[in-house]
Design a binder for this molecule. Structure first.
Ligand code: HEM
Ligand code: HEM
Length: 164
């Protein structure tokens, strides 16, 4: 895979857009939970718009994640800094892989639960949240540690694009 100096503008826009939408989904899901319970009970869904919002935002994440993965495979990503301890570089890599997985798995389990009425998929969706939230926490702490403790431009390169 190619190893450019930094991220491109499209990679940066996709990172922050997906991050914002995922965080939105983690906070705004109550209407969908009620709608799903109504659907399972065979009742008329009360707050259809709230459920629709969670669905549309979630499916947008899936679409953007697919574009992001293609761009990532074609363009690659910059290497981690050598001055960061090996264990933290490994943790950073593992967290990125996990987060990539989640931006696909959360929409897919949610959609399977909603469209097929599968409770087991809803449970996986819920377990997903329990892993995703700490993973985001580790990721954010890692980004801040790179910036303030190791004083490299890991955080800045996710804000400023490079041509190569
Ligand atoms: C980035 C994408 C998504 C995230 C981060 C996300 C997050 C969440 C969270 C945190 C909950 C509450 C879970 C709980 O504590 O019970 C939830 C519930 C739910 N979401 Fe999503 N969601 C996403 C995408 C979707 C999509 C695309 C759909 C459907 C098309 C969907 C359908 C549902 C359903 C049916 C529930 C209710 C499950 C239940 O009550 O057991 N989600 N979602
Ligand atoms: C809001 C707080 C967030 C901050 C401060 C942040 C910061 C960063 C930074 C600085 C990088 C670049 C790391 C490097 O170049 O080595 C990065 C990469 C990444 N972030 Fe975030 N991020 C945040 C939220 C998220 C969220 C919510 C997700 C997904 C759920 C996410 C997924 C990723 C992934 C998958 C990468 C790897 C990119 C690649 O190499 O292709 N980030 N993040």
């Amino acid at each position: 895979m190619p190893q450019p100096r930094g991220y491109s503008r499209i990679q940066i826009v996709l990172h922050w857009t997906i991050a914002a939408l995922v965080i939105f989904q983690l906070f705004v899901n109550e209407a969908m939970q009620h709608a799903f319970a109504d659907q399972l009970d065979g009742k008329q869904v009360e707050d259809e718009n709230g459920a629709l919002l969670h669905m549309v935002v979630g499916l947008t994440v899936l679409l953007l994640a697919a574009i992001r993965l293609i761009v990532r495979l074609l363009r690659g990503a910059p290497a981690p800094y050598k001055d960061t301890p090996a264990i933290l570089r490994w943790l950073g890599h593992a967290t990125h892989v996990l987060l990539y997985g989640f931006i696909f798995l959360m929409p897919l389990t949610g959609a399977t639960a909603w469209f097929l009425g599968l409770e087991v998929a809803a449970e996986l969706h819920e377990i997903g949240r329990l892993i995703l939230v700490p993973a985001i926490g580790v990721h954010v702490i890692g980004a801040l540690a790179e910036h303030f403790v190791f004083r490299n431009d890991t955080l800045m390169r996710m804000l400023r694009a490079t041509a190569d």
